[in-house]
Every structure is written in C-alpha cells, then in structure tokens.
Design a binder for this molecule. Structure first.
Ligand code: SAH
Length: 340
C-alpha cells in the first residue's frame, strides 16, 4: 500500500498523474489529507471513482487514543496512541502562554539507552513514518478541539536516529496547504548525534535545536548517556558551535538535575567553563523519577543555587516549568506501564 500522507505535494502530483488524473486533483487531495481525514470517503469534492481508487492503493496511517490523562491543575493532556500495527507511543498536549504545544514521539521505543529515561528500557521497536507523526497531531487536535501552534519533538525516540522521516515530517507539517506550523515554532531535541547535527545544519530549517547535555564532563555524561562514549562532550559542543555559526539559531541545552550527580556546584562550574562565551540557552529540568532507577531529583534549593552560579557566569538559564505533575506526565512512563 502507498503511504499517501507521507508524500510531498510533488510526489503526490506525480502519483496522481501516473493514475491518469488531472494535476489539480493533487492539491485537493493533499489538502484533505492534511486536514486529518481518517477515511477517503471524507474527500467530498473528489469524484467517487478516484476516492475508490485511492482507498484500494493507499493507506491512511492513523492513530487512535488508547489512554488519556487530563491534568486538573493546568489542562495538560497526556495520550497513549496506537497505530494500525498495535504499537503505541505517547504524546502530550500542553497549554502555554505562547500557544498550544504538542510533544510528539518519533520512534516506538529508543536505542540510546540513557539511564534515567523510561522510553529506552525495552530498546527500539521501529521508526515512525512521517504520516504517523502527523497522525499523532491530528488525533490530538480532534480530541481537544483546539488548534496547535507549536510542536516539540521530545517524546519517545531519538529524532535524529530517524533522520529522513523526521525531516520529511517537518516539511509536511510546515506546508501552507497543511497544518502550516512555522519552523520557528518547532523544537527538535537530540541526545547529541554529532554527524546528524552537522547534516541538519545544512537543511536550512529555522527550527530550534535542543541538545540533551545533562552533564558537563565525559566521565559524568558517559555514566548516564551511553551515546557520549561515541562522541564526547568536546566534540558535541564543537558541533553545536558549528551549527550556530551556520544557522544563527541559538541552541538550547537540556540539563537534567540529578541529586549529587549533575547538580553539584562543581558541575555548575564545569558547565560554565564549557559554555563560556557561547550564545546559547540552558534549560534546567528537575529529574522525573522513574521507578526502576535509584537516581533522585535535586531539591528546589539546589536547582536555584545551580542556576544562580550559571547566571553569575553570564549564561542564559531557565528552570523548566513542570506541567501535568498530577498526571505523571513524565517521559515514557505511560507506555512503559502499558506494555509491562
Ligand atoms: N531523544 C531525544 C528526545 C527525547 S527525550 C533527546 O534525548 O533529547 C526528551 C528529553 O527528556 C531529553 O532531554 C531527555 O534527556 C529528557 N528526559 C528523559 N527522561 C527524563 C527523566 N526521567 N527526567 C527528566 N528528563 C528526562
């Protein structure tokens, strides 16, 4: 079957011409697909014959809600979504002042092995297709009845480990005939695959790149992120500087505060040294405790001390506001509880 919703308008046009239909149908079909239809019959201005042909040759990858948790305090909604092959991923809807934001998954599972992350516990199952990443959005838009203006690729999976599908998704979601979400309203978070960061810098996409740094030295970072053994902190920061030089887009570093490991004043000093003079942003994230691990979140007091030290060294830093605390919206936990 043809994965029609993953096609660019150019690809769709070629396909439409190849089945003997006029070119203008491609634009019409593209618009319907990106309004989130779940059945070709919904394409009311497309002749019945073409609708039937499409439904015989093409599939509409959709997602369905398996579980939904709604925060009473801030309206955050966490979803467990199922694809046609039975695999599930998580996605989260959040209301911020700057607009409604959806956090989507890019893979079923993950093979990066970060010790504090629930999404990686059973390894990688498979990559998501562009149409499946779109399906996460369409299902959430339908369920909430809200519009979405921002996307973060921070759910399950390593986006740069599913590079081609993610780039295709970004172009599709940005298309003005589709959801039309501005690249500047999209953040992509990576654990730091250096060769892929370099490749991304050539795509000319004004998205925000978030890099999960979490520790300032090789010894400390390798202990919690196996990917660090492949690239190392120096190379990673060098790659980030090259990315900024090429794109002029400031990098946002994610830094998880783990008690006694990443949150000490020595680490604050090492981090300040590492980032000195580099125009970037550091986002401190209180660790979301996952049941199997002994790692503990830092105290608020320690987070504020750490933050003050970075500020003293001229580094732009914020503490991530935690939404959905009452629904356990932490990374990967809904799926983990479901499959185990
Ligand atoms: N693979 C990508 C994107 C998915 S993870 C990446 O590594 O960036 C999204 C963010 O959540 C990353 O910064 C990740 O390190 C962080 N994260 C994962 N588990 C966490 C936990 N238990 N507590 C706090 N942050 C966590």
């Amino acid at each position: 079957m043809i994965d029609i919703r993953s096609m660019s308008l150019d690809e769709l046009t070629k396909y439409i011409l190849s089945i003997g239909e006029p070119k203008y149908r491609a634009g019409q079909v593209f618009s319907w697909l990106h309004r989130g239809i779940s059945d070709f019959e919904e394409m009311s201005n497309i002749p019945k014959g073409l609708r039937e042909k499409l439904s015989m040759e093409c599939e509409l990858n959709t997602a369905t809600v398996v579980r939904r948790q709604i925060s009473k305090s801030d309206g955050t909604r966490k979803y467990l979504l199922k694809f046609s092959d039975g695999n599930c991923v998580e996605a989260v809807f959040m209301k911020y002042n700057h607009g409604n934001t959806v956090c989507i998954s890019t893979q079923v599972g993950c093979r990066m092995g970060c010790v504090f992350c629930a999404s990686t516990k059973n390894g990688l199952v498979r990559n998501l297709l562009p149409s499946e990443m779109l399906a996460e959005l369409f299902e959430i838009i339908k369920d909430t009845g809200e519009t979405v203006s921002n996307i973060v690729l921070m759910g399950t999976g390593e986006p740069l480990d599913n590079y081609d599908n993610v780039i295709k998704f970004l172009h599709l979601v940005n298309d003005e005939r589709g959801l039309n979400i501005g690249m500047r309203h999209i953040s992509l978070s990576t654990c730091g695959l250096c060769d892929k960061i370099e490749k991304l810098s050539s795509e000319n996409l004004p998205i925000t790149l978030s890099v999960s740094l979490h520790a300032p030295t090789d010894e400390a970072r390798s202990a919690i992120m196996p990917v660090n053994k492949a690239y190392g902190v120096r190379r990673l920061i060098g790659e980030c500087k090259a990315y900024f030089a090429k794109t002029s887009r400031r990098i946002s570093f994610e830094y998880t505060m783990i008690s006694g490991h990443t949150d000490t004043m020595q680490r604050a000093e090492e981090l300040s040294e590492l980032l000195r003079g580099f125009p970037c942003h550091v986002n401190l994230i209180p660790l979301n405790k996952i049941s199997e691990e002994s790692l503990l979140p830092s105290s608020n007091e320690q987070i504020l001390k750490f933050k003050a030290h970075l500020e003293k060294n001229g580094i732009a830093v914020t503490v991530r506001r935690s939404l959905g605390a009452d629904i356990d919206a932490a990374c990967g936990q809904l799926r983990q509880n479901y499959i185990s």
